[in-house]
Every structure is written in C-alpha cells, then in structure tokens.
Write a protein of this length. Structure first.
Length: 82
C-alpha cells in the first residue's frame, strides 16, 4: 500500500515538473508559448500579416510547439514515464 502512495506522489511531482516546462515557437513574427502539459500560455500576433497569414502562422506555431514538447518529454522524462 505504501508503495502505491509513493508512486502516486512521484507521479504528482513529475506532473508538476512537466507543467513547469515552457516552449516557444515563432513563425513570421507570430509567437506561441506552450506549457509542458500542452496548455497555450500566450499568443503574440504580427499586425503586418493579414488574417489568413496569421491563421496559418498560428497553426504552424502550435504544431511546432507541440512537437518540441513531445521531444522534450521523451528526452527528459521518457525513462520515468514508461
């Protein structure tokens, strides 16, 4: 029973560590900051772009940020997650 409680505490600590990680992606002056739990923290737009260009840049930034987080998690936490 105590082993399970210890595992739960370790998972909570790991979850907090992941949540504190941040990545940033920028495309054409549009910037997205995402936390390690895949929550978007901020989006900065480029007023020089039209709406279609901004939409495309936001999508690219989000996809790039997600990929960066996945790579970071695999590199830094892979042995603890699996």
């Amino acid at each position: 029973m105590f082993d399970k409680l210890k595992q739960i505490n370790q998972l909570r600590s790991l979850q907090q560590a992941i949540k504190q990680q941040r990545v940033e992606a920028e495309v054409q002056g549009v910037r997205v900051t995402m936390r390690g739990d895949f929550e978007i923290e901020s989006i900065t737009l480029n007023s020089d772009l039209d709406i279609t260009q901004q939409e495309k840049a936001i999508m690219k930034c989000i996809n790039e940020a997600k990929q960066k987080i996945q790579n970071m998690l695999a590199k830094n936490f892979g042995d603890k997650l699996f």
